[in-house]
Design a protein around this ligand. Sequence first.
Ligand SMILES: [Zn+2]
Ligand SMILES: [Zn+2]
Length: 131
Amino acid sequence: MENRVTGGCACGAIRYTTAEKPEFSIICQCRQCQRITGAGHAASFAALANVTELTGNVTYYAQKSDSGNSVQCGFCGTCGSPILKKTSGMPQFIFFHAATLDDPSLFKPEMVVYSDTAQPWDHVDPAIERR
Ligand SMILES: [Zn+2]
Ligand SMILES: [Zn+2]
């Protein structure tokens, strides 16, 4: 990905700019990501929180992850788009959903996590490392 990426929700009320190169990119097939996206997995990238600019009103829904961390799922209260996740396990990062990028083709998934709860109809490139 480029050093600086921009994105936002469907209605444009929420916008973000990551000031530095995203740290890593994942595809998550956990049940929570399936529910919040309505799809087989969430595709997201980690950006350093302290240098990320976020504008607009993010609504948060708090969950516990399977590993016991508290997770904040951020979405737009107007259009309902899932925008980001924050986890107490890695508080230095904001995880942005990849399709919220202005140019989603920049996203390059590096690993697949929680593949044990993958759905049989959710086909992800088998060449991507599973963790
Ligand atoms: Zn919106
Ligand atoms: Zn997940």
